[in-house]
Write a new protein. Structure first.
Length: 294
């Protein structure tokens, strides 16, 4: 008898990404790393709920409609203003962010038990709301699997030593952790990404995956397995949301019982589809299946 598909609960911020490029008008895209993961999971056919904060404003309504269009159930604590970020794109489509964001999520109860709980980025380390996030994780982690993506935003992380301590607490609560090589370089300057991943495995996760942009991705497991996947080469529109699409597709494949190599292949393929078009626009399950078949 097969296990039922898990209900995914994602906890974290929504952000209106104001994308700015030279010689073009600003474009506003729904964003925020946890919101992008919830959206990506829903587009892949997964039951996804997002616990977040939104304002009753134009950006908030845009983000809610975007999430609900994919089937995400949005549970939002109302705040005065929806968080935003100005996203500057360089000539290669790489994004730099300037944030206008706070995270004040109050203590929350869950209406139904999740099968999997994902946390990440600003909401997992920014007080006072991070306390509510970690309280939920600590209460549910014995009954639900947990994943984490630090998605480091240096301008919001504060002093590095304290940031590392907060990130490692989240790592220790999680079964699956994903980070980019840029995340690791900021947290542990000069250290080899594989060494950092092995250190994180000693804190408790079963799997640590590291993305490396055009160099692809690798994953290490607590039992000593190492797997690697090459990046899928595509024309790059921008890199907004690529890591979040990777995370969603990795969790999607893992929930289906796929082995680690297949999880990585799903993830790098989803990331490639996302960077090939503007904004955090992850693939549908049909698009991902078609790309994998090719």
């Amino acid at each position: 008898m097969t296990s039922p598909a898990p209900r995914f609960l994602v906890i974290g911020e929504c952000v209106a990404d104001v994308v700015r490029t030279d010689g073009a008008p600003d474009r506003v895209h729904p964003g925020g790393s946890p919101a992008n993961v919830a959206f990506g999971l829903a587009r892949l056919g997964r039951s996804a709920t997002l616990l977040t904060q939104l304002g009753d404003d134009a950006h908030g309504r845009l983000i809610r409609a975007h999430l609900e269009s994919a089937g995400v159930t949005v549970r939002a604590d109302e705040v005065a203003r929806t968080p935003s970020a100005v996203v500057e794109l360089d000539c290669d489509g790489r994004a730099q962010y300037a944030f206008d964001i706070g995270w004040t999520l109050p203590p929350a109860e869950l209406p139904c038990p999740p099968g999997h709980l994902h946390l990440g980025s600003i909401a997992a380390v920014t007080e006072p709301g991070a306390a509510a996030v970690l309280d939920l994780v600590e209460r549910w982690r014995g009954r639900a699997s947990v994943s984490y993506d630090p998605n480091v935003r240096p301008a919001l992380m504060g002093e590095r030593t304290g940031a590392v301590r907060r990130v490692e607490r989240c790592v220790a609560l999680s079964e699956v952790v994903k980070a980019s090589d840029e995340d690791l370089d900021w947290l542990y300057p000069g250290e080899d990404p594989e060494s950092v991943a092995r250190h994180w495995l000693t804190l408790g996760p079963a799997v640590v995956a590291v993305t490396r942009g055009a160099a692809g991705a690798f994953a290490l497991t607590a039992d000593g397995t190492r797997e690697e996947a090459a990046a899928v080469v595509v024309p790059v529109a921008d890199t907004v949301g690529a890591g979040d699409s990777f995370m969603a597709a990795f969790l999607h494949a893992r929930a289906a019982g796929s082995p680690l190599p297949a999880c990585l292949t799903h993830a790098v393929t989803a990331a490639a589809l996302t960077v090939s078009r503007p904004g955090a626009n992850p693939p549908t399950v049909a698009e991902l299946d078609a790309a994998l078949a090719r």
